[in-house]
Design a protein around this ligand. Structure first.
Ligand code: HEC
Length: 108
């Protein structure tokens, strides 16, 4: 039996939330980001070394990190709790928002 190349691509994509067709909306992400910003800083520009800067990171990286906190591939008790309730849509929106922000280089 010959496999249809598109079918193979779909099966592959189904395992990656980044290409499940969930297109992130930065405006919706901003509306959900207040909790995250308490640690990661406004716009994802953290001023504290223990909280990574999310501003300007690739959306696909942010989605993947959140997914890995959810499934235990990446372990951190704080982020496990933060990511636990996020749907694929929430992750995509939050990622789109933080990816759209510029990383600050200035001291403040
Ligand atoms: C109570 C503080 C706190 C809150 C609130 C919080 N985070 Fe985090 N976050 C952390 C810490 C600490 C780390 C570093 C964990 C590690 O070492 O893996 C982290 C790591 C991350 C990373 C990985 C960054 C990288 O560079 O690898 C992402 C993405 C992330 N958080 C997104 C979020 C999102 C989205 C929210 C809101 C839903 C959120 N965080 C809320 C503390 C927090």
């Amino acid at each position: 039996m010959t496999r249809h190349p598109l079918l193979t691509a779909c099966v592959f994509c189904a395992t990656l939330s980044a290409c499940q067709g969930v297109q992130g909306n930065p405006v919706a992400g901003k509306a959900q980001a207040a909790t995250c910003e308490a640690c990661h800083g406004v716009g994802g520009n953290s001023t504290l070394a223990q909280y990574p800067r999310l501003a300007g990171q690739h959306a696909s990286y942010i989605v993947q990190a959140l997914t890995e906190y959810q499934n235990g591939q990446r372990t951190n008790p704080i982020m496990k709790a933060m990511a636990a309730g996020l749907t694929a849509r929430n992750k995509a929106d939050l990622a789109a928002y933080f990816a759209s922000q510029h990383g600050l280089r200035t001291k403040y």
